[in-house]
Design a protein around this ligand. Structure first.
Ligand SMILES: [Fe+2]
Ligand SMILES: [Fe+2]
Length: 274
């Protein structure tokens, strides 16, 4: 079990930021904006799924996992609040959030499914966020030139994603979710998540007027497809999830712990989990 605490970030997100807030780089800004636009609806879904999963457990298991789930919910609720603020600035800049609309529709179409499917979808997406999070902490240059408060926001979120990477996975295992469904849902989430983020990124770039610029796609290729880029560099980590013996704790989270230690002045701990 992981001890999770809830942290309140001590940054002021009220002042607006520039459209190309990420170092003036159109692609890096549009891509991270697309991710942020997916967070409020996604993180609410993770909260609901994990909460339902916990409720479905036998009492002894429920008691054992409840404190960690409480911490998970507190962390995701904080993320979604802050990203809603971030997205409010994007909306004021005229960016249309299509990824949220698509996600809401897809969730409604799948709402009838077994609780284990929802927990599996959460565990699958959390695997993505944990991979991306660790990658972000290894590659701070992805935020080169961004205002310190925005760098802090993204790295804090990354650190907590790596920290709570096992919660949904453990609930799924405790619900006796099987390997075949875990992998099936993971493949589905891979396709839908990447397609949705790409579509929203293209939409953001169109709005920015930089969709057809050479510099935009050069930046995309560096960020995502360099040998240690966000996509190419994470292929091995993606594949690990397919193994029947995989557990998220097999992936190193040292950088997350280190970031939280080194940046303790950037947040206040507001909730012990028990
Ligand atoms: Fe999150
Ligand atoms: Fe998460």
């Amino acid at each position: 079990m992981t001890d999770l605490v809830v942290r309140r970030l001590l940054i002021d997100l009220n002042p607006p930021f520039a459209a190309r807030w990420n170092g003036g780089d159109a692609f890096r800004s549009a891509f991270f904006n697309a991710l942020s636009m997916s967070f409020p609806v996604g993180e609410q879904y993770f909260i609901d799924s994990v909460r339902s999963g916990l409720k479905a457990l036998p009492e002894a298991e429920r008691e054992r996992l409840a404190p960690e789930v409480q911490g998970f919910i507190g962390q995701e609720a904080t993320h979604r609040r802050i990203h809603a603020l971030f997205n409010g600035h994007l909306a004021a800049l005229g960016c249309e959030n299509e990824i949220e609309r698509r996600a809401v529709k897809r969730l409604a179409a799948n709402a009838h499914r077994d609780v284990r499917v929802h927990v599996a979808a959460t565990a699958a997406t959390e695997h993505f966020t944990a991979l991306f999070a660790d990658w972000m902490l290894r590659h701070p240059e992805a935020l080169a030139g961004a205002e310190p408060r925005l760098r802090t926001l993204w790295l804090w979120h990354s650190a907590e994603e790596a920290e709570h990477r096992s919660t949904a996975f453990d609930i799924y295992a405790t619900l006796s979710g099987n390997h075949a469904w875990r992998v099936r849902v993971f493949r589905y989430v891979t396709v839908t998540f990447l397609t949705d983020v790409l579509r929203q990124t293209v939409r953001n770039l169109w709005h920015d007027g930089s969709l057809f610029r050479w510099s935009t796609w050069r930046s995309a290729s560096t960020l995502l497809f360099a040998p240690d880029g966000m996509i190419r560099g994470n292929l091995g980590g993606w594949r690990d999830y397919l193994s029947p013996t995989f557990h998220p704790s097999q992936h190193d989270a040292t950088l997350s712990q280190q970031w939280l230690r080194d940046n303790a002045a950037q947040f206040a701990v507001v909730g012990p989990t028990r």
